[in-house]
Design a protein around this ligand. Structure first.
Ligand SMILES: N[C@@H](CCC(=O)N[C@@H](CS)C(=O)NCC(=O)O)C(=O)O
Length: 219
């Protein structure tokens, strides 16, 4: 892949720092050993016509390589992983398992986790959120329990580290403000194992350094 550009936000409020999804793409590129540039946009720029051509929903990340544009973190990781054995095994069966777990992270685990994350971090003052929260926590616990059962005795979702672990770890990070993951020692160890990887550390460090450099005076 040539001339890779990842788009992220120039700055994010502290509650979101380290969670913004361009982190997934940076992490994958670090694991794959692919050089890339980061393009930082102001949050208001997400509504510009030109950015909507790149990311129709005005979100980050967006990704460009070889003159081609992609959006959706899952699709971007898949695109990177199909050409990188560091992210997706060569064996056909293992590739299928990797893709299955990528979808599971995004379609089965992320929805209840994201729901709780938004409720706690952005809607906690709403009366309805207070009433709804116990049910939202239960929904998360159901998924975490199943994931913990699968990971019991395994280091990673498939036999080795893959792009699916990047998606799953970054999904679980969305509820880092709670003790829910820590309630499942297997999951807690899994997240720590993945976060200890040098590629994750580098990606996070770079993203956080940019936020620190670009903190608005009023923040
Ligand atoms: N399904 C999308 C979700 C992207 C997403 O939620 N991005 C957030 C930052 S982590 C965003 O851009 N939020 C701004 C907005 O919703 O307007 C993906 O995985 O790429």
């Amino acid at each position: 892949m040539n001339k890779i550009t990842v788009t992220g936000f120039r700055w994010a409020p502290p509650f979101a720092q380290g969670l913004v999804r361009d982190l997934r793409v940076r992490w994958a590129l670090e694991e794959a050993g692919l050089p890339y540039e980061v393009r930082l946009i102001d949050i208001a720029d997400r509504n510009s016509d030109s950015y909507r051509q790149q990311q129709p929903f005005g979100m980050v990340p967006a990704f460009e390589a070889d003159g081609m544009g992609l959006f959706e973190s899952g699709a971007i990781l898949h695109h990177i992983a199909v050409d990188s054995e560091a992210l997706m095994p060569a064996d056909r069966r293992d590739r299928a398992s990797t893709v299955t777990w990528m979808f599971a992270a995004l379609n089965t685990v992320e929805p209840p986790v994201q729901n709780l994350s938004v409720m706690d971090l952005q809607q906690s003052e709403e009366q309805w959120a207070k009433l709804r929260r116990p049910g939202a926590v239960d929904a998360v616990k159901v998924r975490l329990g199943a994931l913990s059962a699968w990971l019991n005795g395994r280091d990673y979702l498939v036999d080795r580290f893959t792009a699916a672990d990047i998606l799953m770890t970054t999904v679980l990070r969305l509820i880092r403000h709670t003790d829910l993951v820590a309630e499942f020692p297997v999951l807690d160890a899994y997240v720590k194992r993945c976060e200890a990887r040098p590629a994750f550390q580098k990606a996070l460090r770079d993203q956080m350094a940019e936020y620190a450099r670009n903190t608005p005076a009023a923040a």
